[in-house]
Design a protein around this ligand. Structure first.
Ligand code: ADP
Ligand code: MG
Length: 259
């Protein structure tokens, strides 16, 4: 294997996580180069969300190394207490997460939702945060909805605000966990289009999705997960177009040809 550690933006080695005696991740290894999109496919319960939550340190892995740019944490050696929390916090700040449903604050406007993190958590200048938020809203096609409340937006628009909110924190990588699976079918396309634009613009992304056609278009790398291990990985042409493993074939067939 060639050593891509130097230039890889995301490095995951030997990642393990159990909940009680249920081993959910059993040694995950992958790397993502800067500016690439990595799509995670796999059946429900295979550990996709736990991989993303580990990258964002919403879960603390039991073992393994996660590095994003110059911040690397070896969870096998995470110091206890404050020192460990500090390491975890630094790594968490490297990524932004977009969830299945947006969880925007209902009593705040779109703009207020977006500037909350930059102003409160990151202590950035209010005016600068507002200017950035307006630019991000333009980018996700919602430049005219800054003063709307979440309930006045469609699900697809809310999800695009969720994307703008993640980007406002200026992360190095953006993580998407089934960003369209809670949407009505007619709203899926507008959200996928925004994600595609971000990828084309050079954002480094990791995307969990069941939208196989979208995955084929956007992915530089596809990982197929089953029972907490990566069963197959490669380009989308390899993993989706010409899967080697029986488990991958069965999964794709079920998704592309349900019933
Ligand atoms: P996926 O996103 O691929 O559907 P998840 O990563 O959400 O899979 O979950 C993998 C397994 O871990 C599932 O069996 C799930 O029930 C279990 N799991 C996830 N989070 C927790 C948790 N906080 N406590 C206990 N079990 C969990
Ligand atoms: Mg999940």
């Amino acid at each position: 294997m060639t050593d891509t550690t130097e230039q890889a933006r995301i490095r995951v080695h030997g990642l393990e996580k159990a909940f009680g005696d249920h081993k959910v991740l059993r040694g995950i290894d992958f790397e993502s180069a800067r500016g690439t999109s990595t799509v995670l496919l796999g059946p429900s319960g295979s550990g996709k969300t736990t991989v993303l939550r580990s990258l964002n340190v919403l879960e603390t892995p039991d073992r393994g190394v996660i590095g994003i740019d110059d911040v690397e944490v070896d969870f096998s050696r995470l110091p206890p207490g404050k020192a460990g929390r500090k390491q975890s916090g630094r790594l968490r700040a490297q990524s932004g997460m977009v969830f299945q449903s947006h969880n925007l604050f209902p009593h705040r406007t779109v703009l207020e939702n977006i500037i909350e993190g930059p102003v409160i958590a990151q202590k950035r200048e209010y005016d600068e945060a507002v200017a950035d938020a307006e630019a991000l809203l333009d980018q996700v096609g919602l430049g005219d909805r800054a003063n709307a409340y979440p309930s006045q937006l469609s699900g697809g628009q809310q999800q695009r605000v969720g994307i703008a909110r993640a980007l406002a924190l200026k992360p190095r990588v953006v993580l998407f966990d089934e960003p369209t699976s809670a949407l009505d079918p007619e709203l899926v396309g507008e959200v996928l289009a925004v994600i595609k634009d971000l990828a084309a613009e050079g954002w480094t992304t990791v995307i969990v999705t069941h939208e196989i056609r979208f995955a084929e278009q956007v992915a530089d790398q596809v990982l197929f997960l089953d029972s907490g291990v990566i069963v197959e990985q490669g380009t989308s042409a390899q993993v989706i177009g010409d899967p080697r493993e029986e488990r991958t074939r069965r999964f794709l067939k079920r998704i592309l040809d349900p019933g």
